[in-house]
Design a protein around this ligand. Structure first.
Ligand code: ZN
Length: 507
């Protein structure tokens, strides 16, 4: 796909703004916060080229160095992926809507998941009482309830999405739930992870979730895996389950879940959330596309903000997690029309659902006609993130550093006296939660507008919440601007709160 500038795009006196381009939340900061942008009709290539000419910051998020559309960005005309129309040459006519769908993170199947065994186990009187509202639904009835009892569902993660999914699947009578999670309940989880509560703060999420599930429905068997999901254990764990519910929040695990599901022939009930928007689909390679058909490659690290960085409306994972539970129940019982081959987009602020068609990509590296991925790979390397080492999350990021203890000494000695400035590159709403009086706020996205205020002669110390964003700014100042005396405050304001001043609130 080549993208040429439209001849004379800017020269016309009458610029008819006749099409609508929908901008997804993660890309809105690069277009002045706009949700929709009006543009001229033209081909997809013309529309996107003109868009990135107007918003230069957006360009690197849409196109790679060769000027090709990035593989983790999908473009839809109406509800059709332009890859399956005429690609970049697809004409976007007057009145049309073009949607950009980056990774944010088939047909109709009227049959239940094919490898499920036939139900035989009869329900006890207590189970009949418990499930009576299901039993009087003709679509579920006794046979459907027995299928649920015989079924097993694995929840990857007991967080925002896994919490409501697990609770409803347990309540619905899914006989066996598996949960993979090695995290500990933190107070900041309780805003959305409703399976946990005040009484389980500090306890393993697995223990907390199991307690709650057993309280909802003692007939459910729960198997816990208190370990990170890896290429070494995924196939072994997944093999015992009929349906996998993906509640992960990072790309390496998302691709791992997808690939393990494809290799084992399991349906992958996918959900993802960001700020006020969510996505859901069922990736089931036997019947339709997989996640890699949609996004063959992950975005480079740092280009798509994580949930922790971007925030999330607490009820949002409730909506998406319950959609995932619904799809799992439909797959098990074989009722309704599964979300296979469809990507459901939910916008909580507009209170609107939209649906995009997904197609199986014959060239998909894992479920296509000539797959190149035949076994699980190193997903951290694939996604370009440093290997996770468990406990300490304060890797050095490969930039010069200063510890919070050293920073405290420097502040006490007086920053001006030593020609030192401290920059906080977080967002204003984070500054409102907590900040250091000695720091100056310049949000990361605005740093390039403030370069003239910085001096090569000064030593520049940069901090953020945990040290990751500030490390990117340090890299930018050293590599792209040419500053020499720049250091990253290791561990950010969280380390300051932990090691220097416990009165500073953490978030
Ligand atoms: Zn695929």
């Amino acid at each position: 796909m080549a993208f040429a500038r439209r001849p004379g795009a800017k020269s016309g006196i009458l610029r008819r703004m006749s099409i609508t381009i929908r901008i997804p939340t993660p890309l809105r900061p690069y277009v002045g916060g706009s949700k929709e942008i009006a543009s001229d009709a033209g081909t997809v290539a013309e529309v996107l080229t003109s868009l990135s000419a107007t918003y230069p910051d957006l360009k690197k998020h849409l196109f790679n160095e060769e000027g090709k559309l990035r593989s983790f960005v999908n473009v839809y005309l109406g509800d059709e992926d332009v890859r399956y129309l005429q690609g970049a040459d697809t004409l976007v006519p007057d009145g049309a809507t073009l949607s950009i769908v980056p990774s944010v993170a088939g047909g109709v199947n009227q049959n239940p998941v094919t490898h499920l065994s036939e139900p035989d186990g009869a329900l006890s009187h207590a189970e009949i009482r418990r499930y009576s509202r299901h039993l009087i639904l003709p679509e579920i009835a006794m046979s459907g309830q027995k299928k649920l009892k015989q079924a097993s569902v694995l929840l990857v993660g007991a967080g925002g999405l896994g919490a409501p999914a697990a609770m409803y699947l347990a309540a619905a009578g899914v006989g066996h739930l598996g949960i993979v999670d090695f995290d500990v309940v933190d107070e900041s989880n309780l805003q959305r992870q409703i399976i946990h509560g005040q009484s389980t703060v500090g306890k393993p999420k697995l223990q907390s979730a199991t307690q709650r599930i057993k309280d909802i429905n003692p007939f459910v068997e729960v198997t816990g895996y208190e370990e990170p999901l890896t290429s070494a254990n995924a196939l072994r764990i997944f093999a015992d389950y009929d349906v996998i519910v993906d509640g992960t929040d990072n790309f390496p695990t998302r691709y791992l879940v997808n690939d393990a599901c494809v290799l084992l022939g399991r349906p992958n009930v996918y959900g993802s959330i960001f700020r006020f928007e969510g996505q859901a689909s069922v990736f089931y390679a036997k019947e339709g596309p997989c996640y890699r058909c949609l996004y063959p490659e992950p975005p480079p690290p740092g280009l798509v903000p994580s949930c922790a960085e971007g925030g999330v409306l607490g009820v949002l994972p409730g909506v998406i997690g319950v959609i995932q539970a619904t799809e799992a129940i439909k797959l098990i019982t074989g009722i309704g029309e599964p979300l296979i081959g469809r990507l459901l987009l939910y916008d909580a602020l507009e209170m609107r659902f939209r649906e995009l068609k997904l197609r199986k990509d014959p060239a998909c590296p894992i479920c296509g006609e000539h797959p190149t991925v035949r076994e699980l790979i190193d997903y951290d390397a694939f996604c370009g993130v440093p290997a996770r080492n468990g406990a300490a999350h304060e890797e050095s990021h490969g930039v010069p550093e200063i510890t919070v203890k050293e920073l405290k000494q420097r502040i006490e000695a007086g920053l001006e006296k030593t020609n030192t400035i401290l920059i906080d590159v977080r967002e204003p709403y984070e500054w409102q939660i907590a900040h250091l009086d000695a720091a100056r706020l310049i949000p990361k996205g605005e740093i390039h507008n403030h370069l003239h205020e910085l001096s090569q002669a000064d030593e520049i110390l940069v901090h953020c919440r945990s040290g990751a964003r500030s490390a990117e700014v340090v890299k930018f100042l050293i590599n792209d601007v040419g500053f020499r005396k720049v250091k990253n405050v290791k561990g950010g304001i969280l380390a300051w709160a932990r090691e220097i001043d416990p009165r500073v609130p953490t978030y």
